[in-house]
Design a protein around this ligand. Structure first.
Ligand code: AKG
Ligand code: FE2
Length: 291
């Protein structure tokens, strides 16, 4: 008939009776069942894997990512109530935290600046994870760092200090750089001293005493340069992670409102600089200088 639809599916031709010696035209029942079994097993494995993975990631509480390594964060700040840790120390009004919290920014230090500083931390290899520039290099420090490097370090430190002052509503001039301020290099070799055991939960003010504001400048990228090694704020009932990214600055008040740890690094090398500030001028230190 002229109106017959051309696209009408053709009826399957009647299956020819299998003749001996010729291949069967459609898979026998057996084969189809085998395929169904394979599909079933694969999907059960996938579901099982997903369940296991979600169990493992929920193992230490609900985890929220504050900063992903793949994103370029302008500014992020989260205010949290201050702990009482500051009450047991001498107060410096206009500096000692009254407003507490944590912030992350990729807009203060460029990746290029981070990579210049990273070159130097690469030179700091002696099987120690935390490196004190002065103690480590002594007079040799001039062979490794140029005056421009120190100028860059000072500039970076100053910009971070200003960002912290702005975030917490204090004057940048009331804060002082304090010890320890250090390069850290973390890989998966064994810790040699308890000082190297970066993965323990801790409070910086308790661990380091003079800290009021802690900042971390990351020099390498999570998942590109190393695996594991995320920074974790351990809040009651939930963890908040920061994924390191070259040039990323994370900063927070150093009291127990910001209990934290660093995940173990599984592969690669993680470089960071810890730059810490105190409100107590007696605990202040100068910027590194070339003499
Ligand atoms: O490297 C980090 O992300 C944090 C290190 C740390 O917690 C510290 O230096 O106190
Ligand atoms: Fe810390």
């Amino acid at each position: 008939p002229p109106c017959a639809r051309r696209s009408a599916p053709a009826a399957p031709p009647p299956a020819p009776a299998p003749s001996p010696g010729s291949a069967p035209p459609s898979p026998p029942r057996e084969t189809r069942w085998r395929w169904l079994k394979v599909v079933f097993l694969l999907s059960s494995a996938a579901v099982g894997g997903l369940l296991g993975w979600s169990y493992l990631s929920a193992e230490d509480g609900v985890t929220e990512v504050l900063a992903r390594h793949s994103e370029n964060l302008q500014d992020k700040f989260i205010e949290i109530p201050c702990s009482e840790d500051y009450d047991s120390h001498k107060r410096f009004e206009g500096c000692t935290p009254r407003k507490c919290g944590r912030g992350v920014t990729d807009a203060v230090i460029t990746r290029e600046e981070a990579s210049i500083l990273d070159l130097h931390s690469g030179a700091l290899s002696l099987g120690k994870h935390f490196v004190n520039l002065y103690r480590y290099f002594g007079d040799k420090i001039q062979d490794i760092f140029t005056e421009e490097d120190f100028a860059l370090y000072r500039d970076v430190r100053q910009r971070i200090q200003q960002r912290i002052a702005q975030a917490f509503g204090i004057s940048s001039a009331s804060m002082y750089l304090t010890k320890p301020t250090f390069f850290s290099r973390i890989n998966n070799t064994e810790a040699k001293t308890t000082h190297d055991e970066y993965w323990h939960p801790h409070v910086d003010k308790v661990t380091y005493g003079s800290f009021d504001y802690t900042s971390l400048l990351y020099l390498s990228d999570y998942t590109e340069d190393f695996g594991g090694g995320r920074f974790v704020f351990m809040d009651a009932g939930s963890n908040k992670t920061i994924e390191p990214r070259a040039g990323r600055v994370s900063f927070f008040t150093s009291g127990s409102e910001n209990l934290h740890r660093v995940e173990k690094v599984h592969w690669g090398t993680r470089y960071a600089i810890t730059i810490s500030f105190t409100c107590n001028p007696d605990h202040g230190i100068g910027d590194p200088v070339l003499m």
